[in-house]
Design a protein around this ligand. Structure first.
Ligand SMILES: NC(=O)C1=CN([C@@H]2O[C@H](COP(=O)(O)OP(=O)(O)OC[C@H]3O[C@@H](n4cnc5c(N)ncnc54)[C@H](OP(=O)(O)O)[C@@H]3O)[C@@H](O)[C@H]2O)C=CC1
Ligand SMILES: CC(C)(CO)C(=O)C(=O)O
Length: 316
């Protein structure tokens, strides 16, 4: 497929650089769209070897609507020392806090972070390592996957919600200019909890039954029982809105994604670490902290951990 260099910026360049740590699926998708809107973007790669590999490939490749293009976005390694004012954190949940800790010396008091991790728990861990810095939470329904090193396929259009306890930042305009569908959410915690519950109802069972999401239609009673406990957990955690109509939505998602393998199924099938600790693990920890007895969720976690251990994968 033809490759072309980065387009000439169509917008005046913003002043604050978007540093992106996690040049994988979501990070590349964001970095490319911001860069082609003329905004200053810099990737942070994990070490000099990864930086050299990136430079050798000439940039990020994004496959969008069947067309691949090359975007030579500037990059640096984690060892760089220049200040960071705005950071998009798009690594996996288990990598987020260690990465934030490494970058802490470069993040001044007015630095802002956008945390795009799935599940819950990693966001608090990041914030604890960066006292005083603004950490915005994000939840997305966009989909992307890597099919090569620094090559990403934009697989599903979606929407991203961002929020925290403060006011919407002015740079949301930059997301609009970059064509990133988004909205400010006053209830970002509720959205993250709801997504966590959907993931807990679908992903572990899809791994244990080794099936596509649609295969869970044959386990409808098991799914329904989990939804009952998940709704109880959400209410117990002060998220009653996230509990409403949970089972119906889980059934809709199973139907709509029937042909897909869940992200956890894909991770396990490829021998990669899963984000269990930030999904089912977080759910079970919160239940135990609040003395809620949710036997089905606990049994599911134990089954999943056994399954992961048998395959030599981390159980958290
Ligand atoms: N992909 C998707 O469609 C969606 C993803 N999400 C969530 O987004 C988050 C990111 O997922 P995804 O983009 O798929 O993950 P990927 O595995 O595709 O990308 C993660 C990237 O983070 C990099 N990374 C990890 N640690 C460091 C570090 N210390 N320094 C520099 N780079 C680092 C990895 O580097 P390296 O390449 O060197 O390994 C990798 O490029 C997850 O929480 C996921 O659940 C949510 C919705 C959809
Ligand atoms: C499709 C869905 C909702 C299944 O839980 C998902 O988000 C995932 O696979 O992680």
């Amino acid at each position: 497929m033809p490759l072309s260099p980065l387009d000439v910026p169509p917008f005046p360049v913003g002043e604050t650089t978007w540093h992106v740590l996690g040049a994988g699926s979501l990070g590349s998708l964001w970095a490319v769209r911001l860069a082609r809107a003329g905004l200053p973007v810099r990737l942070i790669l994990r070490n000099p070897q990864r930086l050299a590999a990136y430079r050798a490939t000439g940039g990020l490749r994004l496959v969008e609507d069947g067309t691949e293009r090359l975007y030579p976005i500037p990059a640096e390694s984690l060892d760089a020392t220049t200040p960071i004012h705005r950071l998009l954190l798009t690594c996996k949940a288990y990598d987020a806090a260690p990465a934030a800790e490494r970058l802490a010396p470069r993040l001044g008091a007015s630095a802002e972070l956008v945390l795009l991790q799935n599940g819950l728990g990693s966001q608090d861990a990041v914030a604890a390592r960066l006292p005083g810095r603004r950490c915005l939470l994000a939840s997305t329904t966009e989909g992307a996957f890597r099919d090569g090193d620094f090559r990403v396929v934009f697989a599903g259009r979606g929407h991203t919600w961002l929020g925290d306890a403060g006011r919407p930042p002015v740079w949301l305009d930059e997301l609009a200019a970059a064509g990133i569908p988004h909205a400010w959410s006053e209830e970002i915690h509720s959205r993250l909890w709801r997504k966590l519950a959907l993931n807990c109802a679908i992903n572990p069972l899809s791994v244990l039954h080794d099936c596509r999401n649609g295969g869970l239609r044959e386990h409808a009673r098991e799914v329904a029982a989990l939804c009952t406990e998940l709704a109880e957990l959400l209410r117990g955690c002060g998220q009653p809105a996230a509990a409403e109509g949970l089972q119906e939505e889980v059934e809709r998602v199973i139907q709509a994604t029937a042909a897909n393998y869940s992200s956890m199924h894909q991770d396990v099938a490829r021998g990669r670490r899963s984000e269990i600790a930030y999904l089912l693990g977080h759910a079970c920890r919160e239940a135990s902290r609040r003395k809620l007895r949710l036997p089905r969720l606990e049994a599911l976690q134990q089954r999943l951990q056994r399954h992961l251990a048998e395959r030599g994968l981390p159980v958290d």
